[in-house]
Write a protein that binds this ligand. Structure first.
Ligand SMILES: [Zn+2]
Length: 427
């Protein structure tokens, strides 16, 4: 994870940009990607693909010609999407276009204006205070050109063409935990699953926040029923913060329940958020009317509160960097994500081949209740509720039996031809 973040953190990854493409190239070296390309101006549902923002440099020079702020030092120094400018201006005029973080004045805030056609500079409070003198030379060498919005997809082909999508956005120049680190976790997971043949196809998508999902789904709308559900991965490395599950719109989806089960099993504090109400990103689009694909979001974040938009300390500032990123937290996130995927992938719909209760001893499935009272009780609970159409996970959840235990037992029943198992059709 560290290696990937070191290579990509400081890139100027705006939604349609050369550095976004470069980030995909870096990912592609780790896990092969198929690139989907959507040209500027293309209408995708109600959205239009924006032009590519090109920036070659930017600075503010004081009267003596000294550079106070230079884009070379951080991509966050310029408002993302800024129009070009090359002008000598008064201090008063310049200050109208200067942004600082009130909450973290020692950092450079992330400000973006994609659709407002404006320009501006972002800096630390100290840098703003150092803007002394009567005039400044201000230059932003940027332009908007036709380009392509890109979506990178890594596929692990399953037995079925029905899929689960894992999503992370890789835009957000110069930041780590917001977006990019979700991709870092997904890359690790894809590498761990390399060479396996899951039941469901896994699609790992790396995109520009929201517009990437909008573009992809608008062009794959006819196949949308093949996407059973999604997991949006972000903010995995917030120090000290608990894991938060933001539910899909259909809170009772198997994916929601499996995620809740895995999180609760950790025995640690967990947060829950309602759909659209917690971090709401690409998942919001997946869950929206007409798309209707259940998509949960996993993060370490706090809910948005009016007047305090900080999901985690240093959110949308240069303080969201590798130094403030907790890799241990991200590793734990990865393990949780892996387990959720594993449950969904192992889950099967059960059909009985017997009536009533099977004779366990005859099939060598009986467990001595005097030696293993808990396992024995669990098995009898499973048999009490085991009926046609129920899934292994549903059954384990209803009976309060650990999923792995239930899975192992049902697989043995399948071997003994007591049940037939088929792939789940929805999550
Ligand atoms: Zn963000």
């Amino acid at each position: 994870m560290r290696e990937f973040l070191n290579k990509t953190a400081d890139l100027n990854r705006s939604i349609v940009s050369d550095d976004f493409e470069k980030t995909l190239e870096i990912i592609n070296k780790r896990i092969p990607l198929k690139i989907f390309s959507y040209p500027s101006g293309k209408l995708c549902f109600d959205w239009e693909i924006p032009k590519k923002w090109v920036i070659r440099g930017a600075y503010i020079k004081d009267e003596s010609g000294k550079k106070i702020v230079d884009f070379k030092d951080s991509p966050l120094h310029v408002v993302t999407g800024s129009l070009p400018i090359n002008k000598r201006m008064s201090r008063e005029e310049l200050l109208k276009k200067v942004y600082v973080s009130e909450k973290y004045p020692e950092t450079i805030p992330y400000v973006f204006k994609f659709y407002e056609l404006d320009w501006g500079f972002c800096m630390t409070k100290k840098q703003k205070d150092s803007l002394k003198g009567n005039f400044f030379d201000v230059a932003i060498d940027s332009e908007y050109v036709n380009g392509n919005l890109l979506v990178g997809e890594h596929i692990i082909k399953g037995e079925s063409d029905k899929s689960i999508v894992l999503l992370s956005h890789i835009d957000h120049p110069g930041q780590v935990n917001d977006g990019l680190a979700g991709a870092a976790v997904m890359i690790r997971l894809a590498e761990m699953l390399k060479g396996t043949k899951p039941a469901l196809t896994l699609r790992f998508q790396f995109l520009s926040e929201r517009i990437g999902s909008i573009a992809y789904l608008s062009q794959h709308y006819k196949q949308k029923d093949k996407i059973l559900g999604g997991i949006f991965c972000e903010m995995p490395g917030t120090p000290k913060y608990p894991m938060v599950l933001q539910y899909s719109r259909n809170k009772s989806a198997r994916l929601d329940r499996a995620a809740k089960y895995v999180l609760e099993k950790t025995g640690k504090k967990i947060g829950f958020g309602e759909c659209f109400r917690h971090v709401a990103n690409d998942d919001a689009f997946y869950n929206s009317p007409g798309v209707d694909i259940p998509c949960i979001s996993l993060s370490r974040s706090k809910p948005l509160v009016e007047g305090d938009w900080y999901h985690f300390p240093y959110y949308h500032t240069s303080g969201d960097n590798i130094k403030n990123f907790d890799f241990k937290q991200a590793e734990e996130y990865l393990e949780i994500l892996k387990e959720i995927i594993s449950i969904i992938d192992k889950d099967r719909i059960i059909t009985r081949n017997y009536v009533g209760v099977p004779h366990l001893s005859r099939h060598k499935l009986w467990i001595d209740w005097r030696l293993f009272p808990k396992s024995s009780r669990g098995i009898y609970r499973l048999l009490e509720e085991l009926d046609n159409g129920v899934s292994i996970f549903d059954l384990s959840e209803k009976c309060g039996v650990d999923f792995e235990e239930a899975y192992e037992f049902i697989k043995k029943m399948e071997k003994s031809k007591l049940v037939k198992l088929s792939l789940i059709k929805s999550i």
